[in-house]
Design a binder for this molecule. Structure first.
Ligand code: ATP
Ligand code: MG
Length: 331
């Protein structure tokens, strides 16, 4: 039995106009997302990684319908989200929740947890009367916080506790999909691990689906079943987590993995690291051909003018690189 994907992103492009001068004329455009496609099945945790500015947050905002796709489309439960109107939009807004990097800015500083979680519960008629406190107590418990947190303001909590309240608020909507954009990036490493473990527990217990965006590959590896590596608005490689980390095929993925320090200081000291040279090029004027060729250690002539398509290497791994051979054939 093959179930249809919960989320499917089809050839998504998002461009932002660059305006200049007194008349604010459009003088160019930032190609933030440049033709990406992926599917996320129910119950999966799908990771998106890549350097700063490669378009991850833009993808997240498009999935949340906080911005419009320039072309391409996004389907949630089989429905194109840009065509949802009025009555259909409310359930979509409830079923797709977001957790951002900085819960301090996403939680109203003048409200206690009771109001932060209670108000959306009432608005969506998910609890009323005495049921509100009971539901919040349950949600806090799910997020491993005692009920007394109901009376606290965001500034009275630690970063990790605030992120737990942010997760409880998302769970209050009984979501199907949670988009986590750098949800643990601002936290100390030990707290990050606790939040990741909590997200994993919730995924198992509630059957949640995640799109998890992160810089830290070890965090993404721990939580996600599948990962897409983005560079300048495109997907360079996608694979199930284990394969991506043990057998990366794209030179960009390899470079990203090389940059992750080895936890063993002895092997770390001996490791020969081939760092990524230079900066990510400006997305308003991306390189011709393969967008990575200007920084690629193995680029050839062809890479400068022909953009390689994302091709399947195995049923679970695809890469967009002319130099990646069909590695699992016996030739
Ligand atoms: N509203 C906007 N208007 C113009 N340009 C934008 C806008 N939002 C994002 N961009 C540009 O689009 C590109 C992609 O940005 P995005 O925030 O999606 O990257 P990111 O991968 O999330 O980066 P980071 O890891 O730093 O969060 C960047 O060049 C950014 O400057
Ligand atoms: Mg971002």
């Amino acid at each position: 039995m093959s179930e249809s994907p919960l989320l499917s992103v089809n050839n998504l492009h998002v461009r932002f106009p660059i305006k200049a001068g007194l008349l604010q004329r459009t003088v160019g455009e930032v190609k933030a997302v440049n033709g990406i496609s992926f599917e996320v099945n129910r119950g999966e945790a799908f990771g998106i990684v890549g350097e700063s500015g490669c378009g991850k947050t833009t993808v997240a905002r498009a999935i949340l319908r906080l911005l419009e796709a320039t072309t391409g489309n996004i389907a949630f439960e089989g429905n194109n989200i840009s065509s949802l109107t009025g009555k259909q939009l409310a359930p979509f807004r409830r079923k797709v929740q977001a957790i951002f990097q900085d819960p301090f800015s996403s939680l109203n500083p003048r409200k206690t947890t009771l109001d932060i979680i209670g108000e959306p519960l009432r608005v969506h008629a998910l609890a009323e009367g005495d049921g509100v406190r009971q539901r919040i107590t349950d949600l806090l418990e799910m997020c491993e916080l005692p009920a007394r947190f109901m009376e606290l303001y965001p500034h009275e909590m630690s970063g990790g506790q605030r992120q737990r309240v942010g997760i409880a608020r998302a769970l209050a909507m009984e979501p199907e999909l949670i988009v986590c954009d750098e949800a643990v990036s601002a936290l100390d490493v030990s707290i990050q691990a606790q939040i990741i473990n909590l997200l994993e527990k919730l995924r198992q217990e509630l059957g949640l689906t995640y799109v998890f965006i992160g810089h830290d590959l070890s965090v993404v590896r721990h939580l996600c079943n599948r990962v897409a590596v983005m560079y300048l608005g495109r997907i360079m490689e996608t694979a199930d987590s284990e394969t991506l980390f043990s057998q990366p095929q794209h030179p960009y993925t390899r470079a990203l993995l090389d940059a992750v320090p080895d936890p063993d200081p002895l092997t770390e000291a001996e490791r020969e690291i081939e760092p990524l040279h230079g900066e990510v090029p400006n997305p308003s004027n991306p390189p011709s051909g393969c967008v990575f060729h200007t920084r690629c250690p193995v680029a050839e002539e062809r890479c400068q003018h022909d953009a390689p398509p994302l091709v399947s290497l195995t049923p679970s791994q695809s890469a967009a690189c002319w130099l990646v051979k069909q590695p699992f054939s016996n030739s």
